[in-house]
Design a protein around this ligand. Structure first.
Ligand code: NAP
Length: 473
């Protein structure tokens, strides 16, 4: 299959194509277009030309297009899930869950499209403001460049395209090179739903070469990026005066206090640590367990991890499949090796076969080991103990990242203290940090990024607030 570019409502061929392989089987699944600089410029030009049409489109029409896209995805749920699974090696049951969330994300975008509004301002509250009526409106920014990662190739595209269209913007989307097919599929649904030509363009190619054109071009008013902190920093430093939203990585932590019903919470903890091979920005990487329940916790975690089915992502029973690249398997294994050299205990997993790294559990890791202080992005979790709840909070906060944190405790005072003191974008009390539904505000502090997604919140960042003031005689 040859996958061409999508520019100005038509399929566009280019000079160069790159083979795309299934990470689990290694088989070639497509030849994907590598956009030239001119192709990317053409996509920006199309988006700029469509900006006025989109800005003038009525809210109910934008809402209808988004709802239709949600319906089309729902109708082709299985096909979409298989596409995600083939290009990213996401186990089929997780891929189906991603498709269901994508339907929700576009549904929320459709609903929010109808709710974008400003407010009236009581101008006479200030001396000199008497005799005036003023209100605010939210206007679209124009062209938005969206750059997305491989790990949720359909839903994280939806978190950018959904709010952008809801607010009347146009988009040039650059999906991850390993997972472009689901993004092109979404473009075909928007086309079928009646989105004007040029309002959504998809260009593939190397992140740096496509990214640099997008970041550089004056017609692009905002860059919304989800991906690694290194690339996020590069974008921030080079985007000039453009608005920038950065949804970056983390080494998310979970605190488990004494009194927690371990057999009840363990299936959820295992899911949070290992689903999608740990390649989730809020995957559980660090666990701090109260020392009184630590032995029971470790044995239950190991037992539950042993139940996971490892293998072919297209097998209905598979829980953990291949990582996105061989390089990532090697990186994770070398970090595990270093931690063990430094005194950590490997109690489960650690081995790999082809590109599949088995779920891995480490104990007593030093906070300076890479498996702890860097983003691991692999099916590896480690457990350390605490005896003082404040100390556990301090350990979580030691991180240079701060996306979400989870706390299991029966003590209301401790729960409130954790909510107040944890320096992260979201605190999940009595749940894992991996919890997310698609309308909640979502984003990080510190090196986990700036700005928030979650449709309503993304729309705020994808619109300009304009004040209109009338002076009355
Ligand atoms: P990545 O390597 O940073 O790539 C993300 C996107 O950026 C890809 O489309 C990539 O293109 C592109 N890119 C690479 N270099 C670029 C450059 N110089 N300029 C502009 N764009 C560039 O991240 P990934 O490996 O796909 O995804 C994993 C990361 O995403 C993790 O750190 C994870 O935590 C983070 N993430 C965060 C969230 C969140 O909401 N906070 C959600 C999911 C994932 P190529 O594919 O062509 O290189």
């Amino acid at each position: 299959m040859k996958q061409n570019l999508w520019i100005n409502g038509i399929i566009v061929e280019t000079k160069s194509y790159r083979p795309l392989s299934n990470p689990f089987t290694g088989e070639k699944i497509a030849e994907v277009a590598e956009a030239s600089k001119e192709d990317v410029k053409r996509a920006i030009e199309s988006a700029a030309e469509a900006a006025r049409v989109m800005a003038e489109m009525d809210a109910h029409k934008r809402a209808d297009i988004l709802r239709k896209v949600a319906d089309y995805i729902q109708e082709e749920r299985e096909e979409c899930a298989r596409l995600i699974s083939e290009e990213s090696s996401k186990p089929l049951k997780a891929a189906r869950a991603e498709v269901d969330r994508t339907v929700m994300t576009y549904t929320f975008a459709s609903e929010e499209a109808r709710r974008i509004h400003g407010e009236t301002i009581p101008m006479d509250a200030a001396p000199g403001g008497e005799g005036r009526v003023a209100y605010t409106v939210r206007e679209p920014l124009g062209v938005i460049a969206a750059i997305t990662p491989f790990n949720f190739p359909m839903n994280l595209v939806a978190h950018k395209v959904g709010p952008a269209i809801a607010a009347g913007n146009t988009i040039v989307l650059k999906p991850a090179s390993q997972t472009p097919l689901s993004a092109y599929k979404i473009a075909s649904y928007f086309h079928k739903a009646g989105l004007p030509a040029g309002a959504l363009n998809v260009v593939t190619g190397s992140g740096k070469s496509v990214g640099d054109v997008l970041i550089d071009d004056e017609r692009v008013k905002k860059v919304t990026f989800t991906g690694s902190p290194e690339v996020g920093k590069y974008i921030r430093e080079n985007a000039g005066l453009k608005r920038v939203t950065l949804e970056l990585g983390s080494n998310s932590a979970l605190i488990v206090d004494e009194g927690t019903d371990l057999s009840k919470v363990m299936p959820r903890i295992v899911m949070g640590a290992f689903s999608n091979q740990g390649q989730v920005c809020i995957s559980i990487q660090r666990i701090y367990v109260h020392e009184r329940i630590a032995d029971e916790f470790v044995s239950l975690l190991v037992e539950e991890s042993g139940q996971l089915r490892v293998g072919d992502p297209l097998d209905e029973e598979t829980d953990v499949a291949a990582m996105i690249s061989a390089g990532d398997v090697n990186r994770a294994k070398s970090w595990i090796h270093d931690a063990v050299e430094n005194g950590a205990e490997l109690v489960f997993g650690g081995e790999s076969e082809h590109q599949v790294l088995k779920p891995t559990v480490l104990l007593n890791v030093r906070s300076t080991d890479k498996v702890s202080c860097e983003e691991l992005f692999a099916p590896v979790v480690h457990i350390n103990t605490f005896n003082d709840f404040d100390e556990a909070i301090d350990r979580v906060n030691e991180s240079k990242f701060g996306l979400q944190a989870g706390v299991y405790t029966k003590d209301l005072q401790k729960a409130f203290k954790a909510a107040r003191r944890l320096h992260v974008g979201g605190v999940m009390i009595n749940d894992i940090p991996t919890f997310r539904v698609d309308h909640m505000p979502y984003g990080g502090v510190k090196q986990s990024g700036t700005g928030r997604e979650g449709i309503k919140y993304a729309i705020e960042e994808m619109t300009e607030l304009k004040l209109v003031a009338f002076k009355l005689d």
